[in-house]
Design a protein around this ligand. Structure first.
Ligand SMILES: NC(=O)c1ccc[n+]([C@@H]2O[C@H](COP(=O)([O-])OP(=O)(O)OC[C@H]3O[C@@H](n4cnc5c(N)ncnc54)[C@H](O)[C@@H]3O)[C@@H](O)[C@H]2O)c1
Ligand SMILES: OC[C@@H](O)C(O)[C@H](O)CO
Length: 270
């Protein structure tokens, strides 16, 4: 996973011969990023708590892109399940070269509404679940001795206070994901494992739809607010993450580590 000599840039972005694991790949942003990695030639392994959807999504992409694809049920916040699923993936695919940690949850609510159970669940999945997956992927990468690329999915919420929705614990969890990734880039740099972060802005997915419903707001009003806050004047389409994830997964970014790329239409600029 190091560009030893200068090659054609499109060659650098090819992932043929690589195996990419995507958590939360069953749907939403994780699905689109997994599709991009497969389009670039990688075998894919989809980890998700939704068993049937994980298997179906991996099978669909596998067929579409003519690459090996497998789907695995796993709750990323359960350490034993994570250890087992990474062992099973290595057994099926032989090695792991790329990990994208898109599994995440959110819950709308003011600080007075949030219970201990709510905040623990957010941190269990978003922070500790991300850590368990990074830890297992890195262990397998070190064992194989070929380096690798680990890409966490944080959020622009790691940097801002959202409007109109309120979910401070989620924002704190995403700031933790970002800092965790920066720290692990230092710890694992000597193994040639690069750790980077994609921080999306607003994208229409199940997660954002659920939040809008929880708030009792109309989709139109919420989206109007979001659009007005981004210089590009719109929300993102999930496929707009494809180029970024392939760049970070591939040799095209071989000198990037600890890097965060915001894909948010400029919404954090003000
Ligand atoms: N949609 C956005 O606007 C947006 C913006 C910034 C960041 N993000 C982040 O991007 C990631 C994907 O979000 P999305 O919008 O596609 O949401 P989504 O709810 O559509 O997808 C999340 C996926 O994670 C899976 N998942 C949830 N808990 C899990 C667990 N414990 N173990 C394994 N899998 C689990 C879900 O089943 C689902 O497939 C999340 O980390 C989210 O925080 C989303
Ligand atoms: O900041 C964007 C996202 O992290 C999140 O999905 C959004 O805040 C939804 O409320």
């Amino acid at each position: 996973m190091t560009a030893e000599k200068s090659t054609n840039v499109f060659e650098q972005m090819l992932l043929r011969g690589k195996v990419a694991v995507v958590t939360g790949g069953a749907r939403g942003l994780g699905y689109e990023m997994m599709l991009a990695l497969a389009e670039a030639g990688a075998e894919i392994a989809c980890i998700d708590i939704l068993k049937e959807t994980a298997i179906e999504s991996a099978a669909k992409i596998s067929k579409e892109c003519q690459v090996k694809g497998t789907g695995w049920q796993c709750d990323v916040s359960d350490e034993d399940q994570v250890i087992t699923v990474f062992q099973d993936i290595v057994q099926q695919h032989a090695h792991i070269d790329v990990l994208v940690t898109a599994a995440g949850i959110n819950k709308n609510g003011t600080a007075f509404d949030y219970t201990g159970k709510d905040i623990r669940k957010i941190f269990d999945v978003n922070v500790i679940g991300t850590f368990f997956c990074m830890q297992q992927a890195a262990k397998h990468m070190v064992k194989a001795g070929n380096g690798g690329s680990i890409i966490s999915v944080a959020s622009m919420s790691a940097h801002i206070y959202n409007n109109p929705q309120i979910h401070s614990p989620y924002n704190a969890s995403k700031a933790a994901v970002l800092q965790l990734s920066r720290c692990l880039s230092c710890e694992w740099g000597p193994h040639n494992i690069r750790v980077t972060t994609i921080s999306p802005g607003y994208f229409a997915t199940e997660m954002t739809n659920k939040l809008i419903n929880e708030m009792g707001l109309s989709v139109e009003d919420t989206v109007r607010t979001w659009k007005s806050e981004a210089p590009l004047g719109r929300v993102g389409k999930p496929h707009e993450l494809k180029g970024t994830v392939v760049f970070l997964a591939s040799d095209a970014s071989s000198f990037c580590t600890g890097t965060e790329i915001l894909v948010e239409g400029g919404a954090t600029i003000w």
